[in-house]
Design a protein around this ligand. Structure first.
Ligand code: CMC
Length: 388
């Protein structure tokens, strides 16, 4: 073997592209030190208090808040796209009932491309149509698969309901109660966009090859599926279920610390303070809890956060509640199955992904970084019989 170690560059420190700027973007702004998140310049806390998901989708796609006329036209267009092609429903029926919902989502997004009349067109107008269609279809896929795996028939979408309420309708077949619909709407708004998180970056990398929108979104869904990203919300709920009672929070936490395990729903690559989405999500959950009287998961989450924040280990590493910490009990309170939580994330983030694909393709340059090579050079080839 050659010995070229001396000429090698030093290995990169830390990796993970931490802190590296890889694109110009006007879609969202994150200040991790101050805990600020803005969509197109609007503070997320303002939007959560005053706006709603469909309006925010328009904002992220167009860069400005809609007029009444623009919003009505966008709603008409996106609501008309809620129906799934029958072939996709047929495919959902033959998938294994124990399939992971995010894997089903990944397959479905890819399959939807075959029934989209503009799937291979990369023009801005085709992109707009496809983004609108995917917004409606992704929620339909999740609701239909959930019902099919429970042995029930999918429920047809309704045109008179907003996005969140229509999803609850398709999931349950019952008129959604306004509190749940509002809570879900706010959840969708809060998770719709988050700068260059891993799945959005993935979508942009695929888009930068001038591939089609469905391919970019399929990449993003696959990336969101991982437990350090989108699936952390499921893991967070698994941990709350494992804790089970408020009295068990402290002993559970001590055990997790002793075993060196991570507390899911805490810590963030960018935020070094509490995630700005945690407070509105917590308030949202609290409203649900007050209405239903079912305090268990809210109280467990609050107690766990308080205990963790007292711990020097967490404070020294700036580990605070992230977006998943209160999303988990909120989605649970809404009756969403735990293994479908990450799909709820995708149902919201489809807006940010499609906005980023559009932005990437509007001013494209192939994303192709380089590696810091740490292997050997000029290794002499040896015949197979001489290899030990
Ligand atoms: N619990 C305990 N320790 C933690 C945690 C945690 N949740 N997160 C990070 N640490 C520790 C980690 O062990 C390391 O300690 P040391 O310096 O002693 O080795 C230090 O903090 C830095 O961790 P890191 O993994 O190098 O930090 P990162 O920026 O690469 O990771 C993270 C960020 C989100 C992957 C990580 O905080 C984590 O795994 N959190 C739990 C999973 C989670 O909630 N993910 C959702 C992220 S927000 C939504 C989304 O993006 O989808």
């Amino acid at each position: 073997m050659s010995n070229t170690q001396a000429s090698k560059p030093a290995p990169s420190k830390g990796g993970g592209l931490a802190g590296m700027v890889v694109a110009d973007s006007g879609i969202s702004f994150v200040d991790g030190a101050e805990g600020i998140l803005e969509y197109c310049g609007y503070d997320i806390r303002d939007l959560a208090a005053k706006s709603h998901f469909e309006e925010v989708a328009f904002l992220l796609w167009n860069g400005h808040l809609p007029t009444t006329q623009e919003l009505e036209s966008m709603k008409r267009q996106s609501r008309a796209c809620r129906f799934l092609p029958p072939e996709v429903i047929a495919a959902l029926r033959v998938l294994p009932r124990n399939a992971e919902p995010m894997a089903v989502m990944r397959t479905s997004v890819s399959m939807l491309a075959h029934y989209d009349p503009e799937s291979e067109e990369n023009t801005p107008i085709a992109h707009q149509h496809k983004a609108c269609r995917l917004l409606g279809q992704i929620s339909g896929v999740l609701a239909a698969f959930e019902r099919i795996r429970r042995g029930e028939e999918p429920v047809k979408p309704r045109m008179d309901l907003d996005h969140a309420a229509n999803f609850l309708w398709m999931l349950t077949g019952d008129d959604p109660d306004p509190l749940s619909a509002k809570a879900l709407d706010q959840y969708l708004l809060l998770l719709a966009e988050h700068e260059l998180n891993a799945s959005t970056f993935s979508a942009r990398v695929t888009a930068s090859t001038e591939s089609d929108l469905h391919s970019a979104i399929t990449s993003a869904v696959g990336t969101l599926k991982g437990p350090l990203h989108g699936a952390a919300v499921q893991e967070a709920m698994v941990q709350f279920l494992e804790i089970c009672t408020v009295a068990n929070v402290e002993p559970w936490f001590r055990q997790v610390r002793a075993e060196g395990r991570r507390v899911m729903g805490m810590g963030h690559r960018v935020y070094k303070v509490r995630d700005p989405r945690a407070a509105p999500l917590m308030a949202n959950l609290e409203r649900m809890v007050e209405a239903t009287g079912e305090r268990q998961w809210f109280d467990i989450a609050r107690t766990l956060e308080t205990i963790a924040m007292r711990e020097p280990y967490f404070r020294e590493r700036n580990l605070s509640a992230n977006v998943d910490f209160y999303s988990a009990p909120l989605l649970y309170s809404l009756g969403i199955p735990v293994d479908a939580f990450t799909c709820m994330f995708a149902m919201s983030r489809i807006v940010g992904w499609t906005a980023h694909v559009y932005e990437q393709q509007a001013n494209n340059r192939l994303i192709r970084p380089v590696a810091n090579f740490i292997g050997e050079h000029q290794v002499p080839w040896t015949p197979i019989e001489e290899r030990g």
